[in-house]
Design a protein around this ligand. Structure first.
Ligand code: X8Z
Ligand code: ZN
Length: 615
């Protein structure tokens, strides 16, 4: 299939795949989490088969998410084994049902059934081989990799005890000593070495599973989730990167020059890649932590949200309440009581947990939760909005048939909370009483630079993780080349380099959560483009004037209604339909992002006029 352009892609030609008003009525689908177990029989008619398949899958998915929740919040060998078995059962049933659905003709299935049968094949990010022992080995290895990552610690010289990732990340923001920064970076990345053997076997088993479902490897399976041919999707991603690359290069050049001035030529090259440990983040994926170090002398101090929150004695629960209130201001319901009772908001003192933030919908209805180790920082304030975006999406599509209870594509899921986060403007902070007065327009360069360090710096990282993994799964990168190629690609796309030469035996990709946890990553690249496209459309729906970076949709029921309509579509339609519901456009585009940063782009051009750009 071709790229989804302004016209419907061919697969949507059959018209509506589901009643677009379904979400406006009470749910008609009655299967519930924990209902008596049924096994879908291929002998029934197509609609009967699909209904029973959805009931069976819902039940197994609930059991898997309960077990995974317990594992992630209480890591022990027992919880690991229980989670691995439950997830393995869900995978086996999904594969069996996907295979059986192939017996029905397109005519038997009808347009809705066809979409469901297609989604069956691509609903999971991991498919195991049908051999039960191999299936369980694979889910166990993924759980073990997650556990190894979660237990990662490093004790820097002079520290009283081994430090967690959160503590190490704080040092990366606060320290200005390149030796200490390099030690913290290298110390954390040792976790990759321990993950590597499990990862090599996981690639082999996951590919075998994907092949049993007819995909040539797991990467092709991941690229098949976008209502596009896998190759067309890869081109689509490259097209979007081309749109934003010049802005990234301009930002990179400016930051490098400022870091050169701060650290000197022995540490920072004038023309080469930036040493990754100087960018204020363990993966150099977002650079807002170093804003104070690279801000132009005449720019404002930016907005130090961390300082504002700490000064007010904000608690982790207060942080989440701010996020909830934003969604309520758009017309969404307050979170259910069970959210507050069952979420994990802080790192428990007595046990190992997976601290990487995530949002859950345990029963695929209203048992919404987040799992986070909240710190009182501006970064976590943004992450909370991100996570609640997932929860409100899940809640909005809960009334749909089980196979449609997902986002239009995974970039949509990742974009919703971030879209709301773009409305956390100085004016909004004044409105909710966190800031006394909004800075004048002269402060815009500083504010935009801060935002660009967060969002524009992310783009090539969002791209490279799966560009690398796609080649790992296809076999184009062999295990001995995992690490060397990881760095070749990081340099190529991000223009960064490790603090010192890395050995092939290291596994630096494994030091990023989503790699051991088997979470596809291209979704975040897409989300970083889409959130500006959504923001621009919702700001217009809200009737807010002025530059995009000062516009907030807070309190706009009109914007909320538009957003809700898209969320409630779930995965029932192809994603261009969902995109159109909010933006009127059927194609992903970086125009919103470029408009948002236009004043900064101009400023950077001026700043960089006599300086080297690129690496
Ligand atoms: O993993 C996340 C979320 C959970 S879906 C916290 N993000 C990516 C990351 O942390 O690497 C959000 C931005 C990118
Ligand atoms: Zn997310």
């Amino acid at each position: 299939m071709g790229v989804s352009g302004p016209k419907s892609p061919p697969e949507a030609a059959g018209g509506q795949l589901a009643d677009p008003n379904a979400f406006a009525r009470p749910p008609v689908f009655n299967a519930a989490c924990g209902a008596p177990r049924v096994t879908a029989s291929p002998s029934s008619d197509a609609p009967g088969f699909l209904a029973r398949a959805e009931t069976e899958l819902l039940d197994l998915a609930c059991e898997s998410s309960r077990a995974e929740w317990v594992y992630a919040t209480y890591i022990t060998p027992d919880s690991e084994s229980i989670a691995a078995r439950a997830t393995s059962r869900l995978i086996s049933a999904t594969v069996r049902l996907a295979r059986e659905s192939a017996r029905f003709s397109d005519g038997d299935l009808g347009p809705v059934g066809r979409r469901k049968a297609k989604l069956l094949r691509i609903s999971l990010p991991l498919i195991a081989p049908s051999d039960p022992a191999e299936s369980e080995e694979l889910t166990r290895r993924v759980a073990t990799m997650q556990g190894t990552y979660a237990k990662g610690r490093h004790q820097p010289k002079g520290a009283a005890e081994p430090l967690s990732l959160e503590a190490l990340s704080r040092i990366l923001v606060e320290s200005r000593d390149p030796t200490q920064l390099a030690d913290v970076w290298t110390g954390w990345h040792a976790v990759g070495r321990a993950i590597r053997p499990d990862f090599v076997r996981y690639v082999e088993l996951a590919n075998r599973g994907a092949q049993e479902l007819g995909f040539s490897d797991t990467g092709v399976m991941w690229r098949s989730k976008y209502d596009l041919e896998p190759a067309a999707f890869a081109r689509e991603v490259d097209r979007l990167w081309e749109e934003v690359q010049p802005l990234y290069r301009a930002l990179h050049a400016y930051v490098r020059r400022r870091l050169l001035a701060a650290y000197g030529p022995d540490v920072v090259p004038e023309r080469g890649p930036i040493p990754t440990h100087l960018l204020g983040n363990m993966w150099a994926q977002s650079w807002e932590g170093i804003y104070p170090r690279i801000a132009p002398a005449d720019a404002s101090a930016g907005i130090d949200l961390t300082k504002l929150l700490v000064a007010r004695g904000t608690t982790p629960v207060d942080m989440v309440r701010y996020g909830e209130r934003f969604f309520v201001s758009l017309g969404f319901d307050p979170l259910p009581a069970t959210f507050w009772e069952r979420s994990m908001l802080v790192r428990p003192a007595d046990r190992d947990v997976v601290c990487h933030a995530s949002a859950w919908d345990i029963d695929f209805e209203s048992d919404l939760r987040i799992k986070m180790c909240i710190e009182i920082t501006g970064e976590d304030f943004a992450t909370i909005h991100h996570e609640l975006g997932h929860n409100y999406y899940q809640w909005a599509y809960a009334g749909l048939p089980f196979l449609f209870r997902d986002s239009a594509h995974d970039g949509f899921h990742e974009a919703v909370g971030d879209t709301v986060g773009l409305s956390v403007t100085p004016e909004y902070l004044v409105r909710i009483g966190l800031l006394d007065a909004a800075p004048s327009p002269e402060a815009d360069t500083g504010l935009l630079l801060q935002r660009a360090l967060e969002k524009v710096a992310f783009l090539p990282f969002g791209l490279v993780v799966d560009k690398w993994r796609w080649q790992v799964f296809s076999g184009a990168i062999a295990p001995d080349d995992y690490n060397p190629t990881w760095w070749t690609m990081r340099q190529q796309y991000q223009g960064i380099a490790p603090p010192s030469a890395r050995e092939a035996a290291e596994f630096d990709a494994g030091a990023k959560y989503h790699v051991p946890a088997n979470v596809p990553y291209m979704r975040y690249f897409l989300a970083h483009i889409l959130q500006f496209q959504f923001h621009r459309a919702l700001v217009r729906a809200a009737g807010v004037d002025g530059p995009l970076h000062r516009a907030s949709i807070y309190d706009s029921k009109a914007a909320g209604e538009k957003l809700r309509a898209m969320l409630a579509m779930g995965m029932s339609q192809e994603w261009p339909d969902a995109l159109e519901a909010v933006t009127g456009e059927r194609r992903m585009s970086a125009a919103g992002l470029l408009e948002y940063f236009a004043p900064l782009t101009k400023w950077l051009e001026q700043e960089n006029r006599n300086a080297p750009v690129g690496w």
